[in-house]
Each structure stands twice: as C-alpha cells, then as structure tokens.
Design a protein around this ligand. Structure first.
Ligand code: NAD
Length: 299
C-alpha cells in the first residue's frame, strides 16, 4: 500500500488528504491544528503527532501550506531530516518561485526528488478530486509524481523544471484576475449605458469578448447558474487569495524584469477591494465596486 504523509489539512488539504485515503492509500496526516487532524481521521487518514512522525516511512510527502515561509520551514527543518531519501516530495501550496526553487534545490542536494505542484480549483474541487495540477520537476521524475497526484486531480500538467509549476500558476491567475476585472467593468458600463446585462451576456459570450470569467464564472447574477454571483459571492475563490496570487505575480515580474502593467493594476484593485473589507468574498464580487453598489455585499 502506498504510504502518503500529508502536511497541512486546511480548506484545501482536508479534501485532498481525504481523496488519497479514498484511493486506498495509507495517509499519515499532520497539521498544527488538532481539529484539522481529527477531521482527516474521520475521513480515513491516520493521525501523526509531528511532521517527523508523518514522514518517517512515507513513499510520498504532500504539503498544502499557506505561504513560502511555512514551506521553507517544514521542509528545511523537518521533512528533509526525517523522510526516507526514496520519498517523493510534493509541495502543492501556492508560494513564491524563489522559495519553491530554494526548497527544490535543498531537497535535490540531499538526494530527494522534489516537485512544486500548485493547483487550480478551489475547495469544492479539492473535495471532489478535480483539481488541475501544474508540476515543476525533472522530466524523468514526472510520471512518478503524476501517479501520486492522480486521486486528487482532474488533470495534471508537466509545466517544466523546478519552479515552473509556480510560474504557470501565477501567470494563469494573473490572467484570470485581469480578465475578471475586464468582465466586471464591461457589465458596469453596459448597465450605465442602459443595455440589459443579461442581453450583454448573451452577446458577449458569443462574440470576441468571450472568456472564462464571462461564460463560466459570470460576475453578474443570473446568466450562469453555478457562478458564486448567484449565492451572494460566497463559496468561490476568495478575493484575498486572488490578491495573494497577484502579489506573487508582481514580485516575480519585478525580479524577472517583466513588464506586467495590467497585472499591477489588477493587484491594486484587489488590494483596494480587500482593504474595503471584502477579501472573504468571491473575486467576482469586484463587479459591485465598479457598479458603486458595495451595499449589495455584506462585508
Ligand atoms: P488554510 O489556511 O485553510 O490551510 C493551511 C493549513 O496549514 C492550516 O490548517 C494550518 O494549520 C496548516 N499549517 C500551517 N503551518 C503548518 C505547519 N508548520 N505544519 C503543519 N501544518 C501547518 O489554507 P488553504 O486555503 O487550504 O490553502 C493552502 C494553499 O493552497 C495556499 O498556498 C493557497 O494559496 C493555495 N490555494 C488555495 C485555494 C483555495 O481556494 N483555498 C485554491 C488554490 C490554491
């Protein structure tokens, strides 16, 4: 039986660890929160009292942690010291590229195989096992990483070498943030011009403005039944997390000397929205700011 150590059982990790257990793998689960460990145990995992205990006999270690500093700490101080050298190390957190590469180098230097493998898809996809993974690793190791990720995935991509998974994730999410803002602005303008927003949806979704933010995740309530706009902008991809990803994109752009003015503008707008108290709303709720109707959102 494949033995998985799963570290970080929060909003995302809980569902992901549960899907590993459902696939018949032995999952040793650890989180700083005892409540999170208890939930994982109820979902078929085994409790570990520390990172060291979770990883000691693991075939694969999966981490799903908040940010770069947590990933550097957990690997640098614990995983690398206690996991068997044969274990595949997979970090699924969304973190800065420099941290991903630094941890990857450190792991490789000690004889481990390491992948940065951030995900696209939110809590519902984590629970359903339908996440998209973007994997940065050596080509020779990719098949082994893919097999471990499979029970949690709708699709797995090999993005390239170390750090490429994080690069793919922030480029994608920068594009998503920009396109959502564009769609929100277009709806706000349509309304001001006296154009029926539902009619605009029909036209835009079949014209050259068509994009995922419009047709699959429409910020205007009504046209797309499954969109968070139809449930008070709850339960989707939080604006605060979009802001996190846009910040990572801007940091990476500054270091790489890339010109990303629209990404910078998107970051500024999500920072404003977050600062106004709407960070816990879905990122499509930005529409109400452009409409001047923040009163329609409960902060
Ligand atoms: P979360 O805050 O709900 O969960 C993080 C978990 O890590 C917490 O349970 C925390 O206790 C645990 N943790 C922190 N430090 C630890 C340590 N040293 N040892 C063990 N456990 C530790 O966050 P989340 O929403 O699950 O997100 C996790 C990652 O996934 C983030 O990098 C986030 O950007 C990314 N992500 C989130 C979403 C989403 O919709 N929530 C979508 C895609 C990607």
């Amino acid at each position: 039986m494949t033995r998985i150590a799963f570290i970080g059982l929060g909003n995302m990790g809980a569902g992901m660890a549960a899907n590993q257990a459902k696939a018949g793998r032995e999952v040793m689960a650890f989180d700083l929160s005892q409540a999170a460990v208890d939930k994982a145990v109820a979902a078929g995992c085994r409790p570990a009292a520390s990172v060291a205990e979770a990883v000691k006999d693991a075939d694969a270690v999966i981490t799903m942690l908040p940010a770069g500093q947590h990933v550097r700490g957990v690997y640098g101080e614990q995983v690398l010291a206690h996991a068997p050298k044969s274990a595949l190390l997979i970090d699924c957190s969304t973190i800065d590229i420099d941290s991903a590469r630094a941890v990857g180098e450190q792991a490789k230097g000690q004889g481990f195989r390491f992948a940065d493998a951030p995900v696209s898809g939110g809590i519902m996809a984590a629970e359903a096992g339908t996440l998209a993974f973007m994997v940065g690793c050596e080509t020779a190791d990719y098949a082994a990483f893919e097999a471990i990720l499979q029970p949690m995935a709708r699709v797995v991509f090999h993005a390239g070498g170390s750090g490429s998974g994080q690069a793919a994730k922030i480029c994608n999410n920068m594009l998503l943030g920009i396109s959502m803002i564009g769609v929100c602005e277009a709806f706000a303008l349509a309304e001001k011009l006296g154009l029926d927003p539902e009619r605009f949806f029909e036209i835009g979704s079949k014209s050259s403005g068509q994009c995922w933010s419009l047709t699959t995740y429409c910020p205007w309530p009504g046209p797309v039944e499954t969109a968070p706009s139809n449930r008070g902008y709850e339960g989707g991809f939080l604006s605060a997390l979009m802001l996190k990803d846009l910040k990572l994109a801007q940091e990476a752009a500054a270091r790489a000397g890339a010109s990303t003015p629209m990404g910078a503008q998107a970051e500024a707008l999500y920072a404003l929205f977050d600062g106004l108290g709407y960070g816990q709303k879905d990122f499509s709720a930005m529409l109400q700011m452009f409409r001047g109707r923040l009163d329609e959102l409960t902060a």
